[in-house]
Design a protein. Structure first.
Lengths: 243, 624
């Protein structure tokens, strides 16, 4: 009995150490993302958590924005599919695909985030005709764009075309948000981490847009004719910080 | 405590400690700075990185710096620093200096599996935002584990050394090393487009050969270097700088001094002179040549085929049995000859052959490429299927202002008569939403152009060259010739490899499309591979531009754009399927100067209002 106990202990500790030794191998062999494969069954749906309020700069010229449209130019033929991977049966034969999907289309997620930020900051025009500046958003990247070992890099890259509706003049503003989603073999946890990474990347992309020097220069350039400029449009930090 | 229990604790505790240890990350620090700005690191000139590297490190830096608690705010690239914040703000910047994919030795030894173990090196610099004074610098951060996170941690450790006044003295030794830079061996290759006092030019790049060893070596720089380093008793013949001439194909090894200035150590002359090549050609007629009756009756004639003008004399040996009263369109012509200084070819032998079979204009096996719609969102796409299985799909652009314009332009460039098998549906032009600067053609006549390419081309003439090049692949049956005629031994692996490639590469991940289609092209006969076919498509495309009134110099300009974006100046490896961008651009420049010496191209077409309208409709596009 005693021997058996010792044997079990030894066995457990050896297994544990072996597990630690092999863990990097298992991680390195994590499944490859296969976006192109056909219609993987949906095992998890990502519901992007509510974004923290995005503090928007106070611009001296206080322009009102109207978000006209959000266009997906990310090249993804299946905009809801985030990632998919093969699942193998006991005989190591390819069995089925597992897929993780977004609950909403990328354009809807980004539109919602912009709407929320503009509304909360009082920069949203009541209607299109009342806007000083019209926003056309083009999503260049939205999704997993790389990996390091098993972890995924989530990127949201967008170009906002800011238009003065009175003059038709436009300026382009690039913004980027990135986040890393740690891998987990627990699919629910992995999906949650991915959802958080998407939220974080969207949040960062919006912050990069609103606090970018490009926006400051674009507002200054586009509104200087329409408004008698009371300043350069230069933002000042309000309320002790951005977040 | 029993001995067994103690032993258990001895074994298990470290394991549990490892398993339960919190996620790696720097400990919280007292807040010292108002803000820290994180920027994306750049590449040292010859460092090839995974496409995501810069953004990945950027993401990890933002996370790790935020977690460090060193600053009240962590800002991304290009964000505004408030006026009151500048004095207390730091900027993190840096450069990737090395990357290799490596092999995980532990995995190889323990389980006999070759797994990658990437290795990354970078230099990071921490600047004071107010005056860009260097406050800290970490040179040669090396990481082989979680490469981006570990690197970000090292940068944060350096940040922690800097006090809030920013009074840290920079490491002067490190500064000197950084400022001096580290010379890295690099290559440049292509056709000499001009001779200069201390060397030569390849397009815009000036190569200084004043202290270089120059050798005649058809095997290129690798063979030259190998022989020169003592591995062979008899190296290839040495040449003097004066021996270098316009039109030679060369490779050089050395280092870049500035953006377009290269100091060479070795130069290999791969081919001596454009006009000294003995030419063996094979092409299909894209129309009925006007001199066809003269050729049939043994008279002198001029024949334009495959991008070259052939001089046929009474001494030309002919095997010429044309169909009675029929057109030569689609028939094959094979010839041997010698090029003249005026760019024409004196033909020694000439043979008329059969047209390619109908199978040459079909996709092999069970493969189909069909247009589709995503069931969830209605997004238009393109599906590659093998039997019932979809192996991959791409997003199509359906905006008429883009699609119809490209289609109109492409069709306007087609020859009046096209081979019979293509008559059923003609040649189609489709736009794929992808950032790669790329275009490719299927053997069934479908030509695909990426949005990255449409955004990158500067004018209609450049786009006309690309579309002419791709349709030349179709009309010259390059896929069929490659798969059936030139590489029958590889045909058997074609389909299996295509499935593997198409299924194994992740969907729309940036940058995979070109690789996929290029690799698949080699095996499935999706065009764009063997160098001689590329060369023929280039010269046919060039001639087609000229025939349609476009400025042919824009063909080389397109390669310049690609080169500026990707820095593709690699040597012209003789084993490569594609020449480098610089080689192709310089070859077209030399061909143009050779065939049309002193010709003025003023008054030729460059652009159009429709092209600019297409650009506006396309909107902002990612280009890679």
């Amino acid at each position: 009995m005693k021997m058996a106990t010792q044997s079990r202990h030894r066995s457990f500790s050896q297994v544990a150490i072996l597990a630690c030794l092999l863990a990097p191998l298992a991680l390195a062999g994590a499944p490859q993302d296969e976006l192109g494969t056909p219609y993987p069954p949906n095992i998890q749906t990502l519901k992007i958590p509510a974004l923290n309020p995005i503090k928007v700069p106070v611009f001296a010229s206080a322009p009102k924005f109207w978000l006209a449209d959000v266009n997906d130019r990310s090249g993804n033929p299946r905009p809801l599919l985030v990632t998919a991977w093969d699942v193998y049966d006991a005989d190591n034969r390819k069995d089925v695909l597992h897929g993780i999907y977004l609950e909403k289309r990328p354009v809807a997620i980004v539109q919602g985030a912009f709407d929320q930020a503009l509304r909360q900051s009082g920069l949203e025009a009541a209607e299109a005709s009342a806007a000083d500046l019209t926003l056309h958003i083009y999503l260049l990247r939205f999704g997993i764009t790389g990996r390091s070992g098993p972890d995924r890099l989530v990127e949201i890259e967008l170009v906002a075309v800011l238009e003065n509706p009175k003059t038709g003049e436009t300026r382009e503003i690039h913004a980027l948000g990135t986040a890393v989603a740690d891998h987990s073999i627990d699919e629910v946890r992995f999906a949650r981490q991915l959802a958080n990474a998407f939220a974080s990347a969207v949040q960062q992309a919006l912050q990069n847009f609103f606090w970018g020097q490009q926006l400051q220069q674009a507002i200054s350039g586009l509104t200087s004719a329409a408004h008698a400029p009371s300043g350069t449009g230069s933002p000042v930090t309000a309320g002790g910080g951005r977040r | 405590m029993r001995r067994a229990d103690r032993r258990t604790i001895f074994f298990v505790a470290p394991v549990l400690a490892l398993l339960l240890a919190p996620a790696s990350g720097p400990a919280k620090n007292p807040q010292r700075f108002q803000a820290i700005v994180v920027t994306r690191f750049t590449n040292a000139p010859d460092v090839e990185l995974p496409p995501e590297a810069s953004d990945y490190l950027y993401a990890e830096l933002l996370t790790e710096v935020r977690q460090s608690g060193l600053a009240a705010e962590v800002l991304g690239e290009g964000e505004v620093i408030g006026e009151g914040e500048v004095g207390q703000t730091l900027i993190i910047t840096g450069q990737f200096t090395h990357f290799d994919i490596g092999v995980n030795l532990a995995a190889a030894l323990v389980v006999g599996v070759k797994l990658p173990k990437p290795h990354l090196e970078l230099d990071a610099t921490i600047l004071r935002a107010s005056d860009h004074e260097i406050l800290g610098r970490v040179l040669h951060i090396k990481s082989s584990g979680a490469i981006y996170r570990d690197s970000a941690n090292e940068v944060v450790k350096e940040l922690e050394k800097i006090d809030s006044s920013g009074a840290s003295e920079p490491d002067s030794a490190a500064n000197r090393q950084f400022a001096g830079g580290r010379l890295r061996r690099q290559y440049v290759g292509g056709y000499i487009t001009a001779i200069r006092p201390a060397g030569f030019s390849i397009l815009d790049d000036q190569v200084d050969v004043s202290s270089a060893t120059i050798r005649r070596s058809p095997g290129g720089i690798v063979l030259t270097e190998w022989l020169h380093s003592g591995h062979g008793n008899h190296g290839p013949p040495l040449l003097k700088p004066d021996d270098l001439k316009w039109g030679m194909l060369v490779e050089a090894k050395g280092h870049w001094i500035s953006e377009h200035s290269f100091k060479a150590d070795y130069v290999a002359v791969v081919s001596l002179w454009l006009g000294e090549k003995k030419i063996e050609g094979e092409a299909y007629f894209e129309g009925n040549p006007p001199d066809a009756p003269n050729i049939a009756s043994g008279q002198p004639a001029r024949l334009m085929v495959g991008g070259y003008t052939l001089n046929i004399s009474t001494t030309t040996q002919r095997k010429w049995n044309p169909p009675a009263g029929g057109s030569l369109t689609g028939l094959r012509v094979k010839y041997t000859g010698t090029p003249n200084e005026d760019g024409t070819i004196d033909v020694r032998t000439l043979e008329l052959g059969a047209p390619p079979p109908a199978a040459a204009f079909k996709l092999p096996g069970d493969f189909l490429v069909t247009q589709s719609t995503d069931s969830d969102t209605g997004t238009p796409g393109l599906e590659i299927t093998e039997g019932p299985t979809v192996v991959n799909r791409y997003k199509l652009v359906t905006d008429p202002a883009v699609k119809d314009y490209v289609s109109r332009l492409g069709k306007s460039l087609l020859p009046a008569a096209i081979p019979d098998p293509l008559h059923a549906f003609g040649i189609q032009f489709l736009i794929i939403e992808d950032p790669e600067i790329n275009a490719f053609a299927l053997s069934d006549g479908r030509v695909f152009v990426t949005t990255g390419l449409l955004a990158a081309v500067e004018n209609e003439a450049q786009l006309a060259f690309i579309l002419s090049h791709e349709t030349a692949h179709v009309l010259q049956s390059h896929a069929w010739r490659e798969t059936v005629s030139t590489r029958p031994d590889r045909a058997a692996v074609t389909l299996a490899e295509f499935v593997e490639i198409a299924a194994g590469i992740g969907g729309y991940a940036i940058g995979t499309l070109a690789a996929e289609w290029t690799i698949a092209g080699a095996e499935l006969s999706i065009y764009g591979h063997q160098r001689r076919f590329e060369e023929q498509a280039d010269i046919v495309g060039l001639q087609n531009m000229i025939e349609h009134g476009y400025d042919p110099r824009e063909a080389a300009s397109f390669f310049r754009i690609d080169m500026e974006r990707h820095g593709d100046r690699a040597g012209t490896s003789v084993w490569s399927d594609h020449d480098s961008t610089e080689t192709r651009g310089s070859w077209l420049t030399d061909i143009l100067a050779w065939e049309y010496p002193n010709h003025s191209w003023s008054g030729t077409k460059l652009d159009s209002a429709e092209f600019q309208q297409m650009k506006r409709a396309l909107g902002p596009v990612d280009i890679e």
